[in-house]
Design a protein around this ligand. Structure first.
Ligand code: FCB
Length: 464
């Protein structure tokens, strides 16, 4: 017992995550309005293999089966998102009762199995009707989001207490509004996408105000950007400082940074270096805007998949560590950097001073069903084990990490990559909709059951 490593808190939230467009299907059912993703998928060549999320995992019809599987894995929490156009087909105004009822039933199903629902209001499936009115560029867009938030909160907040406003601002603006790869497929100028970013930040703030004022049970609220994590290549103070400094710096005119998206929310101001880099393209904003954007939050929610190694160069300035050839990568080409789950939470907590929830982490793997009928994914087990051991190290070093949501509970529609990237703990046969728990799901069940102690065993051997 003496050598037992300190573990996660007793009420640590072991969870998994999904998002509406990636799993629900039912794209044209029960009065749902179109989202920009429904429309994007119609574009020739927009999606690998020409696929779409119109059916995806058919979760809209199979949610009971899916929640039963979650319960089998022992999930304590489940993060999912609401499809805005399913609830409000035109984005504002007329409510679609059948759409709302779906989430109502889903929440009941989860609660009935003791799984705590974490609701994300916006995970990218923006109402097409609002896009036709200018989308996030429209000066009213933050009020539209607040109206939508109110409808959801009024229906679900008697049971739901955990909310996230917006998923990965950087990604849907960068990929969808700057680079044209994701819906709505725009390639806006710097000036325009920076206006989009300001409107989205305002939307976040207004939604927080709505949740606080309308929630029927006490709310915990977060915002889930993606973490652009820098990892010191050694533990020397100079390398650590190089990583910290570059993690919170803006040097390029793109979306791939932390502070442009986080400082306004958590510190109430845009970062000075960002203002200088974006220069004349920075939108007009007022002190009142910044007060709206920086509503107090309860948790620092963050999606972390990888990181970049950094060191202090000979001149003392930070530089990228040159990676050796053959550096490990997942099936998505994303680098495998487990230390990102140590340094990410640590640096973010230092700067933003809130309890941390890892709201996404996982890997795309080449999974298929073996002749024995099982799905063996030792790579994913190893990946999750390495990352979670680093997260545990952060906990041991005093970082207040309250939960971890593996991405994803099931294989799903991976945006422009269609169905070619399997991220799930559960294998989905997209032809038959058959679900099969992968080996990693059974392994994760054991991690949950032992509250992390099983992390210290590799293929049946102790790794202490
Ligand atoms: C994140 C997204 C999520 C999924 C994973 C793989 O950036 O939030 O929807 O695509 O990556």
């Amino acid at each position: 017992m003496q050598n037992e490593p300190m573990s996660f808190g007793d009420d640590f939230l072991w969870g998994a995550a999904t998002s509406s467009y990636q799993i629900e299907g039912g794209a044209y059912e029960d009065g749902k309005g179109l989202s920009v993703w429904d429309v994007m998928c119609e574009r020739p060549d927009a999606i690998l293999d020409g696929n779409s999320g119109a059916v995806a995992c058919d979760h809209y019809h199979r949610y009971k089966e899916d929640v039963a599987l979650m319960s089998q894995v022992g999930l304590k929490a489940y993060r999912f998102s609401i499809s805005w156009p399913r609830v409000l087909p035109e984005g504002i105004g007329r409510i679609n009762p059948k759409g709302l009822e779906f989430y109502d039933r889903l929440v009941d199903e989860l609660m009935g199995r003791n799984i705590r629902p974490f609701v994300t209001l916006f995970h990218w499936d923006y109402p097409y009707a609002l896009y036709q009115k200018g989308g996030w560029l429209n000066g009213d867009s933050s009020n539209w989001f607040a109206e939508y938030a109110r409808v959801v909160v009024e229906t679900l907040s008697d049971r739901v207490s955990d909310w996230m406003t917006i998923n990965e601002t950087q990604s849907f603006i960068g990929l969808g509004h700057q680079r044209g790869l994701h819906a709505p497929g725009l390639k806006l100028s710097h000036k325009e996408w920076l206006q989009v970013s300001h409107n989205v930040l305002l939307a976040h703030g207004k939604a927080v105000q709505v949740i606080r004022s309308h929630a029927k049970c006490p709310a915990r609220i977060g915002y889930a950007p993606v973490g652009v994590v820098k990892v010191p290549v050694t533990d020397s103070p100079a390398d650590i400082e190089a990583a910290r400094a570059t993690m919170f710096a803006i040097t390029e005119k793109n979306c791939e940074n932390n502070t442009w998206w986080m400082d306004p929310v958590f510190l109430g101001k845009y970062p000075e270096d960002g203002l200088a880099v974006f220069g004349k393209d920075v939108p007009q904003f007022t002190d009142e805007d910044m007060r709206t954007i920086s509503q107090p939050l309860d948790d620092f929610c963050i999606n972390i998949y990888n990181g970049r190694e950094v060191r202090a160069g000979a001149d003392g300035k930070a530089e990228k560590w040159p990676r050796p050839p053959g550096y490990w990568r997942t099936n998505f080409g994303w680098s495998v950097v487990p230390q990102s789950l140590y340094w990410g939470p640590k640096f973010f907590q230092e700067r933003y001073k809130l309890p941390v929830l890892i709201t996404e982490n996982g890997m795309a793997n080449v999974d298929w069903k073996s002749l024995d009928g099982q799905v063996h994914d030792p790579q994913r087990i190893d990946f999750l084990q390495r990352y979670l051991l680093e997260l545990q190290r952060a906990v041991q070093d005093g970082v207040d990490v309250r939960g971890y949501f593996q991405w994803s509970f099931m294989d799903n529609f991976e945006w422009a990559d269609g169905f070619t990237r399997r991220f799930g703990l559960t294998h989905v046969d997209f032809e038959t909709q058959e679900r099969t728990l992968k080996d990693s799901a059974r392994w994760y069940a054991e991690v949950i059951r032992t509250n992390g102690r099983a992390l210290h065993e590799a293929q049946g051997q102790s790794i202490e």
